[in-house]
Design a protein around this ligand. Structure first.
Ligand SMILES: Cc1ncc(COP(=O)(O)O)c(C=O)c1O
Length: 297
């Protein structure tokens, strides 16, 4: 019978590798109770962990913003991520690195009885079928907004902020759309539920600045770098829905989605309704970049 051998997968739980089937958390972990923590989603391509340092730097910034006292040195965390990926034999894959404030019932962080919980796991993840990379995504604007920076700043990749994004994603699903575009409280475009947005007009790229409610995406940064290398002008500027509807091309970027064309928004056709030439150039260059840019496992 053609049964696949079951390969043991490992999870790094608080610095120790444990079998995935045995990895467990306290029911009073603040991440579970309150979404009190931060995380990163990271991809491995061709045995390289893509922009691992940038992901970890963002994680440390998120934890600092949340006043989570995280004492694991940067180098040790880097090693733990590399070890986990190596142990699981994933030359291509998706890493989830989550840190919660720790264990304790009740909101008050001074009553916690453990240091922060750290979990590193790896999976295979494909967000969209190839057909959508070839033909592009249909996107709608959701009624759920990105919270303003007077709440937890949306630049913080906190666990808790994703309740909003999940609501927005459900709106997109209900409308049969591939993604949901989220506005900030002022009604300007911030980002999609799990991706940043880029527009192309007259050969120039535009993406909303993080001050508009966009996560400082690692893929976004890679695309900005690529545009520079390719001599494609790129600016960070305020974006309205009018700009989206009237752009020549548009695409979304994110670790999970990678770079994916967007061909309609709220039933308006973007450009000629097909992935445009600049989008295709960026996708091709991004696919080359990820094979070489990263920390080797
Ligand atoms: C809300 C949101 N915006 C943007 C992104 C894209 O960021 P990155 O390219 O770092 O994955 C993500 C994914 O992490 C996200 O969750």
């Amino acid at each position: 019978m053609g049964t696949e051998p079951i390969i043991q997968q490992w999870v790094n739980l608080n610095g120790k590798l444990v079998p995935k089937t045995e990895a467990s958390l306290s029911i009073y972990d603040h991440g579970f109770l309150y979404g009190d923590g931060a995380f990163e989603g990271i991809r491995v391509y061709n045995g390289n962990i893509f922009r691992l340092t940038a992901h970890l730097e963002r994680l440390y910034r998120s934890l600092k913003s949340l006043s989570i006292e995280f004492c694991v040195p940067f180098e040790s965390l880097t090693e733990s991520v590399v070890d986990t990926v190596r142990q699981n034999g994933h030359n291509y894959g998706y890493i989830r690195l989550s840190v919660s404030r720790g264990v304790g019932l009740g909101l008050d962080p001074s009553k916690l009885n453990s240091p922060p919980t750290v979990i590193i796991s790896t999976e295979q993840l494909r967000l969209y079928p190839q057909e959508l990379y070839d033909n592009g995504l249909h996107v709608i604007t959701t009624s759920t907004r990105v919270p303003p920076p007077v709440c937890v700043d949306p630049q913080v990749k906190s666990l808790g902020r994703y309740v909003n994004n999940i609501q927005a994603k459900m709106e997109a699903n209900a409308a049969g759309a591939g993604e949901g575009l989220m506005l900030n409280m002022e009604g300007r475009v911030a980002e999609a539920t799990g991706d940043n947005i880029f527009l192309i007009n007259h050969g120039e790229l535009t993406t909303p600045p993080t001050s508009e409610g966009a996560l400082p995406g690692i893929t976004r940064a890679a695309v900005i770098d690529l545009a520079k290398e390719l001599g494609i002008p790129c600016r960070q500027s305020v974006v309205t829905l009018y700009d989206v509807y009237n752009s020549d091309e548009a695409f979304l970027t994110g670790t999970a989605a990678e770079v994916i064309p967007m061909v309609t928004c709220d039933r308006r056709t973007i450009g000629n309704g097909k992935p445009g030439p600049i989008t295709e150039t960026i996708i091709n260059q991004f696919r080359k970049l990820v094979l070489v840019d990263g920390v080797k496992i």
